[in-house]
Design a protein around this ligand. Structure first.
Ligand code: UN1
Length: 510
């Protein structure tokens, strides 16, 4: 599609959006960090990077802010998050559009990401009155035992380009009601949406009034700036989203200083399509979870195990959808698959497809779609790869729209292959058979942090705990009781008698 159809250049529209969202010009012009939009590949901003010394200063400020914020009653802290949710509602259209222009998501997904931020704010406001501990039975007379949850400290957040704003909010909304301050290092590929979120948060802080200075910090730059956050002993908890390779570096550093890690790393998510599956629904679910966000979600469906009896009814139809889906500029109506984030993503995809061909796979699609934007914009037709067996590049995560398909005859095999990869994030089964569904969800089924029936592995709601096992890192964010990671638990035993009975019947008479 010709680029000329778009009313404004991406750079111009981004500049207008940033101004409306309240980001000062100086923050995104004349700086050292070059930002390209994946939509056209053009340079859209020069962001001012944070120096190492400034990063240390921001962490120090956040540490001081924590000491004041921890004494603010939790429901009052919730009021700040309520205001943040209000400001996000007001900014939803502009921020969603900025996500589209900076990360390349189609508009419904850009808006959906901001909705996810609003949802977690609502959740956290409710939570601010529910940070409860237990009262426990004690073995000693006239004693009481209870647990109390206390704020933990500065919460570091390192986020990736593919969810440039929602991941911050999952962490920040919970951390704030839990009494923590937050310092955020977004991906160097998406600093503009981070600047916009920061400006939105400043409006919430101004309306709240009296929150300590430095409660929310932002560090912009490359990996060295993220490392400052990882290494600073004043950061007792760090939530990091990114590749397993990144987690392998960050995890041991945090462990060495006994900091808490919430790691949300790679996924190599699979679905099993059984003989009883509703194939029409299955097809639609696969399409969204495998091609949506151009295959660049950590929850993207990457591996599909299809029972022999339904393979020929499903896979040719799927290949047709892959051939017809509208790939293109996300600003254009009807586009379902936008750009890859950059050249490295494109190269990684082509490498995996080359390896697939070498092992005799049938590859549908995968080629570059030319003619949109500059040579630095990378659009591809999503690839459907029919494999003869579960081996080769299917065993690793390639962050691009490739769906590997493998035929199976026994559910035992399908479940075994399902679990035979390093990552353990999300998973699905398509079946109308209760035995198969329950088996997949059981302790002998999917080994992932998320396991679904008759919906794809991507697009989780915030109400559940989000995260995965094995090389996905084990962290949990967002809903359920994920908040506990952002607080420290104290067990309190209170003696209201005149005696001093010792636990376990120990005597110690002086
Ligand atoms: C991610 O890709 O890092 O479940 C997060 C989903 C979204 C979050 C994805 N709610 O697909």
């Amino acid at each position: 599609m010709p680029e000329a159809q778009a009313p404004l250049s991406v750079a111009t529209e981004i500049a207008q959006l940033l101004q409306r969202l309240g980001v000062p010009d100086a923050a995104h012009t004349g700086g050292e960090l070059t930002v390209r939009s994946p939509v056209t590949g053009e340079v859209v901003a020069q962001v001012r990077q944070t120096s190492t010394a400034e990063a240390t200063g921001t962490i120090g400020q956040a540490h001081e802010a924590f000491k004041a914020w921890r004494n603010v009653p939790a429901p009052r802290r919730g009021e700040l998050v309520r205001l943040l949710g209000e400001e996000l509602r007001a900014a939803k259209a502009d921020l969603g559009r900025l996500v589209t222009l900076e990360a390349g998501k189609i508009p419904t997904e850009g808006a959906g990401e901001v909705q996810e931020m609003i949802d977690i704010c609502d959740f956290a406001v409710g939570l601010s009155r529910q940070l409860y501990g237990l009262t426990l039975a004690t073995e000693r007379a006239e004693h009481r035992m209870m647990e109390t949850w206390h704020p933990l400290g500065v919460c570091g957040v390192i986020s990736a380009f593919n969810f440039p704003v929602a991941v911050w909010s999952w962490n920040a909304a919970l951390a704030l009601v839990c009494g923590d301050s937050v310092v955020w290092k977004p991906s160097e590929k998406t600093p503009l949406t981070a600047l916009a979120v920061h400006a939105i948060a400043q409006r919430a802080l101004a309306r709240f009034g009296g929150a300590p200075e430095g409660l929310l910090g932002l560090l912009l730059g490359q990996r060295d700036i993220g490392e400052v956050l990882v290494d600073d002993h004043r950061v007792p908890i760090l939530s990091a989203t990114g590749s397993t390779a990144m987690g392998r570096q960050v995890g041991p550093k945090l462990a060495a200083r006994f900091a808490r890690a919430i790691l949300e790393l790679g996924g190599n998510n699979a679905a099993i399509v059984t003989p009883s599956a509703d194939l029409d629904l299955t097809l639609r679910a696969i399409a969204f979870s495998a091609m949506g966000t151009a295959g660049q979600r950590c929850t993207t469906l990457r591996r599909l195990f299809v029972h022999d009896s339904v393979y020929d009814a499903l896979v040719p139809k799927l290949a047709k959808v892959y051939g017809n889906v509208q790939v293109g500029d996300p600003r254009e109506a009807g586009t379902l698959v936008g750009p890859l984030i950059d050249r490295a993503a494109f190269d990684g995809m082509q490498k995996a497809l080359g390896e697939s061909r070498e092992i005799g796979a049938t590859v549908h699609g995968g080629q570059r779609v030319e003619g949109i934007g500059t040579q630095d914009a990378f659009y591809v037709r999503p690839a459907l790869v029919e494999l003869k067996s579960h081996g080769g590049p299917v065993l690793r995560e390639t962050f691009a729209p490739i769906l590997y398909v493998v035929r199976y005859t026994s559910l035992d095999d399908a479940i075994e292959w399902h679990n035979a990869v390093g990552a353990g994030l999300s998973s699905s089964i398509f079946t109308l058979n209760v035995r198969e569904a329950e088996r997949f969800l059981s302790s002998a089924g999917s080994d992932c942090g998320i396991a679904n029936v008759n919906i794809g592995p991507s697009g989780a709601e915030i109400g559940g705990a989000f995260g995965g096992e094995k090389e996905t890192g084990g962290g949990r964010e967002a809903g359920s009781d994920s908040w506990k990671a952002y607080m420290r638990r104290a067990t309190n035993t209170i003696n209201y008698s005149t005696a001093l009975p010792l636990a376990q019947g120990v005597t110690f008479e002086i």
